[in-house]
Design a protein around this ligand. Structure first.
Ligand code: NAD
Ligand code: ZN
Length: 376
């Protein structure tokens, strides 16, 4: 089968790889109809992780069940499914508590596995014609048959639940205001989630005009940090008080508006702009090590931020990968009910063969390349 594989920094190619197949009775093989490129893929694409060459990328997958193992009872050939980026066993301590991003069995020695991801187990990704899905009964989410809402449903594998998780971790209650750092796909999904959850005001900080325009379309107030210090702008917008909540949707490769990498500065902005006793949810990825990082600390996963202010203000912070299964069923039903259209941020729908070109454009943050879907 054809698959998009990592060959080295900024080098991916579509090549022939061994067919995905049933390896355990609890597996299914899914024919991929849509697989998205994610900001998380870019960390690997840029050579900033230890992902090995030859691995198939792709953790935002949906498709149609092609084959099921002898132990699979809930799925059958022909079912249309969304696949959470997390691969979870369903029965370990963390999974039974709903924390499927921290499964203790699918990536022994650490917590949490994912498709086509550095340090998250040996699993191939779904930017390919077919995908092997472990513990398929537990992981797959049924979708209505047919092809309707494909661009909305494809956001259920990762970024819609991830944006939702960021808002959830921030502790937002209806009527609270929230600032979202980053207007990439995840930040936009956080803004959408905050609106659905009843935020009184949503501010989104970035400097890419096309992305800020999408945030405004979602009813958010755009804050362009190339026009001035974001903390000052946010305090001015909130009568000097700050927002109730903050969401980090950038990650450790944050940079200033000139393009210079400044790890940790998004957290610093949030500590400065969220009001005393407020909450911060961090879904942007921070890694334990990155030899290519911009500061000595960041090379070892140490990110400086004003902890004294954080403590003095009595702020709280929640972090980590999103437990997709905790939210994807309800978010699917919001889509079906016409109450959420996360697919509105899609900018490009391409074939798998166009993947290498799409990676380049998305990685260069070329104007208008917001969210890319591949249809293998
Ligand atoms: P993206 O790279 O497309 O978007 C990031 C955005 O942040 C860009 O628009 C960029 O201009 C902006 N930005 C950079 N530095 C900034 C700064 N200092 N202040 C404000 N904005 C800044 O990525 P994405 O797909 O939206 O993903 C965002 C992050 O979320 C990534 O780190 C990704 O790995 C992570 N992620 C986490 C999870 C999870 O489960 N926790 C899931 C998916 C993605
Ligand atoms: Zn993703």
């Amino acid at each position: 089968m054809r698959a998009l594989v990592y060959q080295g920094p900024k080098d991916v190619a579509v090549v022939d790889v061994p067919d995905a197949r049933i390896e355990a009775p609890t597996d299914a093989v899914v024919r991929i109809t849509t697989t998205n490129i994610c900001g998380s893929d870019l960390h690997m694409y840029e050579g900033r992780t230890d992902i090995e060459t030859g691995r198939t990328f792709g953790h935002e997958n949906m498709g149609v069940v092609e084959e099921v193992g002898s132990g699979v009872t809930r799925l059958k050939k022909g079912d249309r499914v969304s696949l959470p980026f997390n691969i979870a066993c369903g029965h370990c301590r963390n999974c039974t508590e709903g924390r499927t991003a921290f499964c203790l069995e699918t990536n022994p020695g650490t917590a949490g596995a994912a498709f086509g991801f550095a340090d998250m187990g040996p699993y191939q990704g779904g930017q390919a014609e077919y995908l092997r899905v472990p513990f398929a009964d537990f992981n797959a989410l049924h979708l209505p048959q047919g092809t309707e809402h494909e661009n909305d449903f494809t956001m259920l594998s990762d970024i819609f639940p991830t944006g939702w998780h960021g808002v959830e971790l921030s502790g937002l209650r209806p009527g609270d205001s929230v600032v979202v750092m980053g207007a990439g796909p995840v930040g936009l999904m956080a803004a959408l989630s905050a609106q659905i959850k009843g935020a009184s005001a949503v501010y989104v900080v970035d400097r890419a005009p096309d992305r800020l325009a999408l945030a405004e379309k979602m009813g958010a107030v755009a804050v362009d940090d190339s026009k001035g210090d974001p903390v000052e702008q946010l305090l001015e917008l909130t009568d000097g008080v700050g927002t109730d909540r903050g969401v980090e949707a950038v990650g450790w490769q944050a940079h200033d508006h000139t393009g210079a990498e400044k790890p940790g500065t998004t957290i610093e902005t949030l500590v400065g702009s969220v009001r005393a006793t407020g909450g911060i949810g961090v879904v942007g990825v921070f890694v334990p090590q990155d030899p290519g990082a911009a500061t000595e600390g960041a090379k070892e996963g140490r990110f400086a931020f004003p902890y004294g202010d954080f403590w003095f203000k009595g702020l709280s912070m929640g972090t980590g990968q999103a437990n997709v299964k905790a939210y994807n069923r309800q978010l699917r039903d919001l889509i079906i009910a016409g109450k959420a259209s996360p697919g509105s941020i899609v900018s490009h729908e391409l074939s798998l063969a166009d993947g290498p070109d799409a990676y380049k454009n998305f990685d260069d943050r070329v104007d208008g390349w917001t969210k890319v879907l591949l249809h293998p």
